[in-house]
Write a protein that binds this ligand. Structure first.
Ligand SMILES: [Zn+2]
Length: 334
């Protein structure tokens, strides 16, 4: 068996299982959630993902997914607690590949969080022999407050600033919907979201029984804001000229939401007045707890602090752990 990283994660175990690649080249192709772009240039034999992920990928990219299935005889999907529709995959290949005659079980987490958050249930780890995990916050400095405490702080801030428009920044799929929920819980102020977020809201509402009522705002618009609104915008627009002008004109406050908020630099990069470490990933301790719960023979780490985290597992906890090299390490927070 081989596990390697090269345009997605490849698990060779009799057949080739490819997860989260931009191009489907495996015998079985997994899409863990709707954050990455999937083109499927070659029509794959099988695409495995959840129904909400298929709907969200289509809504976000305009692409039509080939026929998907939410599991096969060898692949079982489990909610991974990252965003709506996100799934971890347990791969149990048909055939013995262990010295004792059994078949190894491979757990691919995709992006994941073990915390129950608003409308999402956290990932519940399952047993496996080989764990392939994302380690975005795989350094001990990345420890976040308890979820209830963090959400209460955010609601307090939202309620404490009634006289100025509030501009909240988060990714269009994930943080943006949670911010809408928190805003609704904290106040009855009008809620306005960027067009791109409205599009994701619509796709989620079609694919699930969740609902996110909010007016939409296109880039370049906003002169008509009355000043009592809470406006939710995609993170990448935090420093755009349009947003900067809008915030200044209405004397608004800007808030950024990400696990990277534990770094002071996050606040300056986004030009935020305030930041909160609200995330859709595990913090360092939750990553360690996940490894201990899965109790694998081997751990492969990818994304973020993959080297630091595998070193920690090997040095302090005695695991056979190694980073998957060769991919593009991205320190973003999808
Ligand atoms: Zn993601």
């Amino acid at each position: 068996m081989t596990v390697r990283s090269e345009d997605g994660i490849h698990i060779e175990a009799g057949r080739t299982y490819v997860a989260d690649a931009s191009s489907a080249v495996g015998d079985v192709n997994l899409v863990s959630h709707a954050h990455s772009d999937h083109t499927f240039r070659r029509t794959p034999e099988t695409v495995v993902c959840s129904a909400p992920t298929a709907a969200l990928v289509e809504a976000r990219t305009g692409a039509t997914l080939p026929e998907f299935r939410d599991g096969t005889d060898e692949v079982t999907l489990y909610p991974s607690g990252h965003v709506v529709g996100s799934r971890a995959a347990l791969v149990e290949p048909d055939g013995a590949d262990r010295p004792d005659g059994a078949a190894r079980r491979y757990l691919y987490t995709g992006d994941f969080s073990t915390r129950d958050r608003l409308y999402l249930e956290g990932f519940d780890p399952v047993d496996a022999d080989v764990l392939v995990m994302e380690t975005t916050y795989g350094k001990p400095g990345y420890r976040f407050p308890e979820e209830a405490e963090l959400q209460a702080e955010i609601r307090d801030w939202l309620a404490d600033n009634p006289d100025r428009p509030l501009f909240l920044f988060g990714y269009s799929l994930g943080r943006a919907q949670k911010l809408q929920r928190l805003a609704r819980q904290a106040t009855n102020r009008p809620l306005v979201v960027h067009d791109a977020i409205r599009g994701v809201n619509d796709a989620i509402e079609t694919a699930t029984d969740l609902s996110f009522p909010a007016e939409s705002l296109a880039a370049g618009e906003g002169d008509g804001l009355a000043g009592d609104e809470i406006v939710v915008l995609p993170t990448h627009l935090a420093r755009s000229d349009w947003v900067t002008t809008l915030v200044e004109r209405h004397d608004g406050l800007k808030a950024g939401f990400s696990g990277w908020a534990v770094d002071e630099s996050f606040r300056y990069r986004g030009g935020y007045d305030v930041t909160f470490p609200l995330t859709d990933h595990c913090d360092f301790d939750e990553l360690v707890e996940t490894v201990e719960a899965v109790d694998p023979e081997v751990v492969y780490t990818h994304h973020g602090f993959k080297e630091d985290f595998s070193d920690h597992l090997a040095t302090h906890l005695g695991y056979d752990a190694r980073p998957l090299l060769g991919d593009q390490t991205r320190l973003d927070d999808f």
